[in-house]
Design a protein around this ligand. Structure first.
Ligand SMILES: Cc1cc2nc3c(=O)[nH]c(=O)nc-3n(C[C@H](O)[C@H](O)[C@H](O)COP(=O)(O)OP(=O)(O)OC[C@H]3O[C@@H](n4cnc5c(N)ncnc54)[C@H](O)[C@@H]3O)c2cc1C
Length: 337
């Protein structure tokens, strides 16, 4: 396909980047859209606020087995993301990580998106694959200064927990999953939850209860003790005096605060914190498409598999906006193999 914009360039701070298709959000939907953009011969750039690729999967459940992605009876979150990144590599995407899309300006033949580091990206079309928005972990009421010194919000790999006394705070799926996975390798795992009911899957709760993990309910972390890193935590169970327990790794699995943030100021038709699209994944703004968890339409189901289909639809329709001579249907990928 003919390049519709000058070659992509980046010129340091306050750079202007030019591309055919800009994708906001490098979760599974955005990554698959990047592959598909390459298949359509489009130059593509992806922006994500997080420093890593993979969206919710990387941030929240990289070690979990996913059972409902077509073609994979069971795939670990991290492995699915690695496969998507490999597949997208064919498109040679420009990844702009650790940057948040703040502003949108429309011109007759392009969209221009301003990022929080001063970069502007000018594109023939864009696809918003921003999922649940920019998300940040819910903080632990005590201990902000211990982040990175023993206090973490994610468990992206288990290796750093080998032989440690681990305290996990929370009562949801992540807290119980991590407790279950760390129990065999840590010296000891304690799970602290401020209620006596859990939001996690019953099956996982039963498995953790049957393990050596100590579960403290109606309990909170009220203090952290240490020097350069955490050495102990103070736990207060309702109605009892605070108790100190040794701990070298504290995991706060308290959920996330998701925020659509700047996207809400762009003039998009938003319903219940989601972007309304039609059957071609078009939003109400010209040259702006959306796909994945962020979209809203009658019957919407928020699943990875659905996001993949929406990504293909969005890219193929965007291809025609970028080059009106192009066809929506790209042909089958197997025809070129
Ligand atoms: C614990 C858990 C288990 C799950 N298990 C399954 C499962 O088994 N099967 C299944 O199908 N689904 C599962 N899901 C849901 C699945 O993860 C989502 O449907 C999927 O991640 C949606 O992908 P996405 O790419 O649309 O959005 P996301 O994965 O949310 O990615 C969106 C990305 O956009 C970025 N972003 C947002 N706003 C901006 C901005 N302004 N600027 C720059 N970047 C921005 C975010 O940082 C994020 O990385 C699970 C979810 C959770 C939390």
């Amino acid at each position: 396909m003919r390049p519709s914009l000058p070659p992509m360039t980046e010129r340091g701070a306050d750079a202007t980047l030019e591309t055919d298709l800009l994708i906001i959000g490098a979760g599974p939907t955005g990554l698959y859209a990047a592959y598909y953009a390459g298949f359509r011969g489009l130059r593509v750039a992806l922006v994500d606020s997080l420093p890593e690729l993979g969206g919710q999967i990387t941030a929240m459940y990289p070690e979990k087995a996913i059972l409902d992605v077509a073609g994979f009876p069971s795939v670990k979150g991290r492995d699915l993301v690695a496969g998507l990144v490999d597949q997208a590599a064919a498109a040679d995407p420009a990844y702009l990580l650790g940057r948040t899309a703040l502003s949108l300006t429309q011109t007759p033949d392009a969209v221009v998106v301003g990022l929080d580091d001063g970069t502007s990206v000018r594109a023939g079309a864009m696809i918003i694959t921003a999922g649940i928005g920019k998300f940040s972990p819910r903080p632990l009421p005590v201990g902000k200064e211990w982040i990175g010194r023993g206090l973490e919000f994610f468990v992206p790999s288990f290796e750093p927990y080998v032989g440690k006394e681990v305290v996990i705070v929370g009562g949801g799926d992540s807290a119980f999953d991590w407790a279950m996975h760390l129990e065999p390798i840590a010296k000891f795992v304690t799970l602290v939850h401020r209620r006596d009911a859990f939001r996690a899957h019953q099956r996982t709760v039963h498995m953790v209860r049957a393990s050596s993990v100590r579960i403290l309910t109606k309990a909170q972390i009220t203090g952290i003790v240490g020097d350069s890193s955490i050495e102990a935590v103070e736990v207060t169970v309702d109605g009892q005096p605070p108790a100190t327990m040794p701990c070298q790794a504290l995991v706060a699995a308290l959920g996330f605060i998701a925020d659509l943030g700047p996207l809400q100021q762009w003039g998009l038709d938003v319903a219940k914190r989601h972007v309304v699209v039609d059957s071609s994944m078009r939003t109400n703004l010209s040259r702006v498409f959306a796909a994945g968890d962020i979209t809203e339409y009658p019957g919407k189901v928020r699943l990875i598999a659905v996001g993949f289909g929406e990504a293909a639809t969005a890219v193929n329709n965007a291809a025609v906006v970028i080059d009106p001579a192009a066809h929506i249907f790209p042909g089958h990928s197997s025809e070129g193999s």
